[in-house]
Design a protein around this ligand. Structure first.
Ligand code: PGA
Length: 250
């Protein structure tokens, strides 16, 4: 797994009015242009309302555009929802699916995440499918069971390493400033790798770590052999911090 090109993805969540979003994107683009090189793929996932404008700023830069969710159906009568084809049309090449804030805040099941992922792949998007245990599940020793089940039940037919990455995001680590130990992350990623092998026939998928990745802990996390990148929330809203994480990539 260590030979996969890492992916550093910024999840802006429900943050970013137009002006600050464009300024953040412009700052990232300038940092990319000034950089002597980096060894990862870079993605930002702004809210729907600024996708198109952020995409215009990022044009002619190596930074790719993604969204944070999509509906599982084709365009049609679904008030308030966004179809995968619309994300593609807005300039996205990726979509995050199954984030715990969707699973827990919107009752999204593994089956729904799988249908959404199938719709996204069908629209020509790549997907980042998120999995991770809650603190209560961790305390009961269920971490491996939960993440294996989520991977096997959320992955759609047609998922390949070229169009799908998994993000391991312990729910208790998101936004909390707490992270699992390095050996715990490595072990969880190995479990996910084993589940991927059962679900998708042994190919090597990128497995990102997410949950309180910051400029000052990214180096230790990204050096773990089983980690192929990071899904970054809060620290992706500050261009300097996000870029430090990008440049930390081994
Ligand atoms: P965090 O969020 O980096 O703010 O913990 C990560 C995520 O939820 O994707």
């Amino acid at each position: 797994m260590a030979d996969l090109r890492p992916l550093i993805a910024g999840n802006w969540k429900m943050n970013g009015l137009r002006e600050e979003s464009l300024a953040l994107a412009a700052s990232l683009k300038a940092r990319a242009a000034a950089s002597g090189g980096f060894s990862c793929d870079i993605l930002v996932c702004p809210p729907f309302t600024v996708l198109h404008d952020v995409g215009r700023v990022l044009r002619d830069s190596p930074i790719r555009l993604g969204a944070q969710d999509c509906h599982d159906a084709a365009p049609g009568a679904h008030t308030g929802d966004i179809a995968a084809a619309m994300l593609k049309d807005a300039g996205c090449s990726f979509v995050i699916l199954g984030h715990s804030e969707r699973r827990n805040g919107h009752g999204e099941s593994d089956a729904l995440v799988r249908r959404k992922a199938a719709a996204a792949l069908g629209a020509g998007l790549s997907v980042i499918v998120c999995v991770g245990e809650t603190e209560a599940e961790r305390d009961k020793g269920l971490t491996f069971d939960v993440i294996a089940r989520q991977v096997e039940a959320s992955l759609p037919a047609g998922a390949t390493p070229a169009n799908t990455a998994i993000a391991y995001e312990p729910v208790w680590a998101i936004g909390s400033g707490r992270t699992p130990g390095e050996s715990e992350i490595a072990a969880a990623h190995r479990q996910i790798g084993a589940a991927l092998a059962r679900a998708a026939g042994g190919a090597s998928f990128r497995i990102l770590y997410g949950g309180s990745v910051k400029a000052d802990n990214a180096a230790a996390i990204l050096r773990i052999a089983e980690v192929n990148g990071a899904l970054v929330g809060g620290a992706s809203l500050k261009a300097g911090d996000f870029w430090t994480i990008v440049e930390t990539c081994p």
